[in-house]
Design a protein around this ligand. Sequence first.
Ligand code: ADP
Ligand code: MG
Length: 488
Amino acid sequence: MKDINEFLIKRDNNNYEVVIGLEVHAQVTSNSKLFSSSSTKFGAEPNTQVSLVDAAFPGMLPVINEFCVKQAIKTGIGLKAQINKKSVFDRKNYFYADLPQGYQISQYKHPIVGEGKVILDMPNGQKEIGIERLHLEQDAGKSIHDIDPNNTLVDLNRSGVALMEIVSKPDLRSPDEVNVYIKKLRSIMRYLGTCDGNMQEGSLRADVNVSVRKKGEKTFGTRCEIKNVNSIKFMQMAIIHEANRQVDLIEEGKSIDQETRLFDIKKNETRSMRSKEDAHDYRYFPDPDLLPLEVTDKFIDDIRSEIPELPDEKKKRFIEKFKLTPYEATILVSDIETSKYFEEVIKNADVKLSTNWITGELFAVLNEKNLEISQSPISATNLSRLINLIKDGTISGKIAKIVFEEMIVGDQDPQKIIEAKGLKQESDPKALEELIEKVIQNNADKVAEYKSGKDKLFGFFVGQAMKESKGKGNPQLINKILKKKLNG
Ligand code: ADP
Ligand code: MG
């Protein structure tokens, strides 16, 4: 995405800087909703997972789901954030067809999680992005406009599902940083098991706040907020278009109105939804049906004790313990399943070789077949077997690639493939010596040239010997014997 990063450079000789802050809506991983026991399972028939609370029948009372509270606190700890022992649920009042209550229950002045941070691994080093807050709120239902030409249909399955709104500080400076930020946030939440981060299913979406300013300026420009963007690529596209639109306005001497906009994917542009002048007055007030949420130190400490090793710490350990490069470690920890696979392989196999084979051959196959590592056609056990066969000289790296290709079909034991196909490396010095002797005899002229100083020919002899061994000769041994014979 090189052109994306250079978009402001192309414009106006790189005079402008874009400033971005994200409000990420992350669906809490939980079997039931924030204030009711209805299921949250994705993909059910419309309106089959709706309790009387979710449909806002009169007299129904919300009951807080303790598990969702734990999940929010867990996420807060993962973001190295302040956990607030007291938080308050407010009513955010507005009318919409898919909001039967007429208000959304959300935390406004007193969120459950305060300031924290996320570390980004950028190509030119690490960058810290501040987290302003994380609060719990309900999701609304879904209005469907494209099934019936004359009516809008409403599906309330999502109504009342718990969301964590994670608000960043305006610390992001490029579409690339937004990409890394979302991925890091998702990675942390997947490690914690608090949000599956599945963007296709809407489990992770964001309101994107964008402003621009001349480089070197101290104060921020006026921001526009692009609502509800549900893929990283669309976020990046929306930022580029919005930033360019704002730069154009400034260059024309016009001012920027603070407004809420939407990103039109088809037209590839942002459009105004509402301006600040008619911004909603949500008339927030504490929900009288819910007591302030108070948690004890013990409640928080118990959650803290369940926190697994997170990506940053895992990366540090991988670098220190396994001597990986920061680049390799970043790749291997970015996804919890990948890190588990890696640790499984190196239980019984060489670390360096394992790293190369996982990030090289295995990732290439997964990419090509569009598979997650949890669906890997080659199990960690069989990959470690293959690596050991290379390490102990049974097969060469070259033959290993052939074996690897075979293993993809049915996750076969490499040892069996090697036996069945007779791919075992020839490491018997006697056998190799015989075959090298033959090569030397057949190429007397080349031997003479070599001896008269044409050193480059050495590679030719190695190649011939390899060919004679049908690719199975141990390359180190061949080298050694050839040197002895030719130079001796
Ligand atoms: P609101 O409810 O008005 O959207 P929030 O505090 O929930 O306010 O979110 C504001 C978001 O906008 C934060 O992510 C913040 O980092 C970001 N933001 C604030 N000022 C700017 C700015 N000048 N440019 C870009 N983003 C900004
Ligand atoms: Mg907002």
